[in-house]
Design a protein around this ligand. Structure first.
Ligand code: SF4
Ligand code: MG
Length: 318
């Protein structure tokens, strides 16, 4: 397994106490696989990934029965060693590429710096050649010229491609893409997602694709993980979960998709009533109960335990 997570809990300081914000999540990412992670904002998707990257804010506490990236125990990585982990095993791209690029430096300067960090032994010419190769890999034409461009001279889609090139410089085993296309036009979105799909096939890289849009994940992911208020409520192969969802929250997310499969034209979109409870709030029963149209008395009283089958599980009393 590239990423192996068992019973991961993340606590943040609130005043003088530590409260769980991600509660006992377990999942795995296989080589070359795209794991799609969905859920509304405030469900703990990004926090979980920041833990994998060693980028949680100071004061956060991480516990787990197992938390390993390419066999390395992430619980044992000290503050000083995280840059090495990020520079070799895992890389990330974010929602807004423009804010992640330095506006005052050319793409070439920034990309060549990523190459230098990843391969310190390369000479100046070799670094430049590698940078050009990376731009070509992500589909940026006239790469040698593009090295001289500043971020403001690139479109949003180009800037995201440049970010992906920088992430690839270190040949990561795992790329975490957190809402990578949310800030882009629909046609550009598809191009970037197609690119990620091609890169994982060509390079054997695994991808965690985080999106609030289950439609995006449905199209690109091999497996899906549905998060709700700091927990994984359902996980499994993409076809199984999207065709026969077991958890009421997964069902609601699918019903809120425009143009969903099987929907009659003009069927009103279902929106999920209510809001995600604050992630740090202690709740006795099921965390989805206040919004669930199938909630029963037991749902308020005790938290549902995950029911597992071979490669899927669901956390619901029904
Ligand atoms: Fe709904 Fe109850 Fe299942 Fe929670 S446990 S999702 S409230 S049916
Ligand atoms: Mg997020």
């Amino acid at each position: 397994m590239i990423l192996d997570v068992d019973n991961l809990t993340i606590r943040f300081p609130f005043g003088r106490e530590l409260r769980p914000v991600v509660r006992g999540v377990s999942f795995q990412v296989a080589p070359g696989e795209i794991l799609g992670v969905v859920g509304e904002s405030g469900c703990g998707k990004s926090i979980t990934n920041l833990a994998v990257l060693g980028l949680l804010p100071p004061g956060a506490q991480v516990t787990a029965d197992r938390f390993a990236l390419c066999g390395q125990d992430l619980l044992a990585v000290g503050r000083r060693d995280w840059p090495t982990v990020r520079g070799s095993k895992v890389a990330m791209i974010f929602q807004n590429p423009m804010s992640a690029l330095n506006p005052s430096l050319t793409i070439g300067t920034q990309l060549i710096e990523s190459v230098r960090k990843a391969d310190p032994a390369l000479g100046r010419r070799q670094r430049e050649a590698r940078a050009i190769e990376l731009l070509e890999q992500v589909g940026i034409g006239a790469a040698a010229l593009r090295l001289k461009s500043y971020p403001h001279e690139l479109s949003g889609g180009m800037a995201q491609r440049a970010m992906i090139a920088m992430a690839l410089a270190s040949r990561p085993a795992l790329l975490i893409a957190d809402e990578p296309t949310t800030a882009l036009d629909v046609t550009i979105q598809a191009q970037i997602l197609d690119l990620l799909d091609r890169l994982r096939r060509d390079n054997g890289m695994s991808v965690i694709l985080v999106s609030h849009d289950i439609g995006v994940v449905q199209q690109y992911a091999d497996r899906i993980q549905v998060m709700y208020s700091g927990e994984i409520v359902e996980t499994g192969p993409i076809g199984q979960v999207t065709q026969t969802p077991s958890h009421p929250y997964t069902r609601a997310l699918l019903q809120s998709l425009p143009g969903r499969v099987g929907a009659r034209p003009k069927t009103p979109l279902v929106t999920i009533r209510g809001m995600v409870p604050p992630i740090e709030l202690a709740i006795e029963g099921c965390r989805f109960a206040s919004r669930c149209d199938r909630a029963e008395a037991q749902c308020q009283d005790r938290p549902p335990v995950a029911r597992r089958t071979a490669d899927s599980w669901v956390r619901c009393h029904l």
